[in-house]
Design a binder for this molecule. Structure first.
Ligand code: CU1
Ligand code: ZN
Length: 173
């Protein structure tokens, strides 16, 4: 009986230590998952194009099980990655340029915003690295203003799905 108590206690302690470790891991993960400026030679994780050569909003994200961030030539390629069923449930932090505060032709690297809280205009006439793309904004009002002048409709992160992507990529370039 005494031995059993000892075993149980040890087991409980072990669980406690594991839980504590898990907590600390999460903390460090959250701390390192920050925006990293895209460098001149950086290539798109999805298509391999040199990201900085092209206009339009870019994206970057962290995925469970992959260390470091992945960078994308366009919000379009980033969503293609996010919406892949293999990746969808592993996406952690994601960032996109806020196009309200930076020029379309060459977005500045200090103008990223949280991709999951951002608003996206699809169906407008501006081109990104891969042609038609999602114009990203941190504020809904900025997205509405953009849609009013450039066309298209405003969507939240959750509203961007494979159907939206398919319709967008069929647009004439
Ligand atoms: Cu590309
Ligand atoms: Zn790409």
């Amino acid at each position: 009986m005494r031995n059993l108590t000892k075993v149980l206690l040890t087991a409980l302690l072990a669980v406690g230590v594991l839980a504590l470790q898990g907590c600390q891991d999460q903390k460090t993960e959250a701390m390192v998952q920050q925006v990293i400026a895209i460098e001149k030679a950086d290539q798109c994780h999805l298509c391999g194009m040199t990201i900085s050569k092209y206009p339009g909003p870019k994206g970057q994200l962290y995925s469970r099980g992959i260390s470091g961030n992945m960078k994308f030539c366009s919000t379009r390629d980033m969503f293609a990655f996010i919406l892949d069923p293999e990746n969808q449930h592993n996406i952690q932090q994601a960032f996109v340029h806020d196009m309200a505060v930076t020029p379309w032709g060459h977005p500045e690297e200090d103008t990223y915003t949280d991709a999951k809280l951002a608003f996206y205009v699809v169906g407008h006439g501006k081109k990104g690295a891969m042609g038609p793309t999602l114009a990203s904004f941190s504020k809904r009002q900025d997205a509405s203003d953009f849609a009013a002048s450039e066309g298209g409709k405003v969507l939240t992160f959750e509203q961007v799905d494979l159907q939206v992507m398919a319709a967008m990529t069929k647009m004439k370039m």
